[in-house]
Design a protein around this ligand. Structure first.
Ligand code: NDP
Length: 444
């Protein structure tokens, strides 16, 4: 079947799943040159097979809040594709989570994981549970209930979840403790674990650090360095914080960061240790940044305004579709030369097109934020061989993986006649690896 006919069929089949269709559309549009070159892909109907998850699990998560009231949330795990290894991808706890969001994330994860060069398939999961404002005891009870169903579907050779929005070290600890109790095994089935129970050094920092290693590789290609450049980073969670930390370490000035309420701008450069204290340690709002130690800082309600801050480099690290066409235009007018995605699908399709057409360097999520899952893969390797590598060793491996991902994506773009188009390069390189594995394994 021809691609456009297939697209229509897939979109009808997944009607109403806005985010999922957006993610599929981006991939299918950019792999056209590969389909033209390799006819077997359409003959074997790889596209339709790839767009259909191998398994979708949806379940009830009942739990008791601190007032003794029974609450019910919905849990998800989408085991999307295991052609190159066990399903691998994070869990997201956020009120916006629904099947479409989890499917889009799981779909993206297939190609991202393939790009790392490690043997990991794609999956994603989560719940519409909102950890904000919940006590530790409530979060623990929720995680225990969530794992009471999830444990039967996962395993070190089947499906290895990790964290994502709303799922950090605390939640992974509760989930892992419950898994161990239910299965009576220490099979290290989650990644992002604490260092005292099988976690890896650099996992916490990996997505943010990896993003900056990728950005550095992009600029090196242009003969430029990061030193002295001004940067804006949305979000102030795991990805944003460690992106900011590495950006500062590499000589950049981070001017602004945000949370879902608003953003702080500090012309002296964001004090990242203060952000860590507010967001990671105390779980407070970013507006707390304004104090006597930061006399030039300003706070603005509304997180989207962050893209009005003039900068050389913009790193969206919060959530999907957070940077739209108007934001992209403003960034361009203000002299932004590079946008790289720490979050998954943070730029709308219209923004992406504008960025591409206007010569702004663009690092797509699948490639640019793959450092997190790459170090999750390294955590699995260390668990398997019962050894822990030093911070320096894991960091060196991460640097090499990010450099290799950059090389693979840019060489693939060039090989298909689209030099510099890293969206096309990442999509084709990830897709071809998975498609070849699927074809080798027959129709299963
Ligand atoms: P966290 O939960 O640690 O942090 C999310 C941050 O984004 C918080 O600061 C949150 O603010 C903020 N945020 C949420 N919605 C908005 C919004 N609409 N506008 C502005 N800020 C917002 O999540 P992560 O840092 O782990 O994940 C961020 C993104 O990176 C996601 O897209 C995730 O899928 C992606 N990603 C994460 C990886 C990882 O290793 N963690 C790996 C690869 C990708 P508030 O505090 O108000 O909630």
């Amino acid at each position: 079947m021809e691609l456009d006919v297939l697209k229509e069929k897939i979109y009808m089949h997944n009607k109403g799943e806005k985010e999922f269709i957006q993610a599929v559309d981006e991939v299918l549009e950019s792999i056209r040159p590969a389909l033209d070159r390799h006819h077997r892909l359409l003959e074997e109907n790889i596209i339709e097979r790839l767009c259909e998850p191998e398994r979708v699990i949806m379940f009830r998560v009942p739990w008791v809040d601190d007032n003794g009231t029974v609450q019910v949330n919905r849990g998800y795990r989408v085991e999307f594709n295991s052609a190159i290894g066990p399903y691998k991808g994070g869990l997201r706890f956020h009120p916006s989570v629904d099947l479409s969001v989890i499917k889009f994330l799981g779909f993206e994860q297939i190609f991202k994981n393939a790009l790392t060069g490690l043997p990991m398939g794609g999956g994603k999961g989560g719940s519409d549970f909102d950890p904000h404002g919940k006590s530790d005891a409530e979060v623990m009870r929720f995680c225990q209930s969530f794992m009471m169903e999830l444990y039967r579907h996962i395993g070190p050779f089947t499906d290895v979840p990790a964290g994502d929005i709303g799922v950090g070290a605390r939640e992974i600890g509760y989930l892992y403790g419950t898994y161990k109790k239910l299965t009576n095994t220490s099979s290290w089935v989650l990644t992002g674990k604490g260092l005292s129970y099988g976690g890896s050094l650099v996992r916490k920092e990996a997505t943010g650090f990896g993003l900056l290693y990728f950005v550095r590789a992009m600029l090196e290609e242009e003969g430029k360095s990061l030193e002295g450049l001004k940067c804006v980073i949305s979000g102030s969670g795991n990805v944003a914080i460690y992106a900011a930390k590495k950006a500062i370490e590499l000589g950049m000035k981070v001017l602004a960061m945000s949370d879902s309420n608003g953003y702080v701008y500090d012309e002296d450069g964001i004090d990242i240790d203060r952000i860590i204290e507010i967001k990671e340690v105390r779980r407070e709002r970013i507006r707390e940044y304004l104090d006597k130690d930061h006399p030039h800082a300003r706070y603005q309600e509304g997180s989207k305004g962050i893209w009005n801050v003039s900068c050389d480099i913009a790193l969206p690290c919060a959530t999907q579709n957070e940077l739209d066409l108007d934001n992209a235009k403003t960034l361009k007018e203000n002299g932004c030369i590079l946008i790289a995605e720490g979050a998954n699908m943070p730029c709308t399709q219209a923004a992406q097109k504008f960025i591409h057409d206007n010569g702004i360097l663009y690092g797509p999520a699948k490639a640019a934020n793959a450092g997190g899952v790459a170090v999750s893969g390294l955590e699995m390797s260390q668990n398997s061989i019962r050894l822990s590598w030093s911070f320096e060793e894991v960091d060196e491996r991460l640097k090499k993986i990010m450099k290799d991902i950059y090389k693979t994506t840019s060489k693939t773009a060039e090989a298909y006649g689209h030099r510099g188009d890293l969206v096309l390069g990442a999509n084709i390189a990830g897709f071809m690896k998975v498609a070849e594995a699927m074809m080798a394994q027959g129709i299963v």
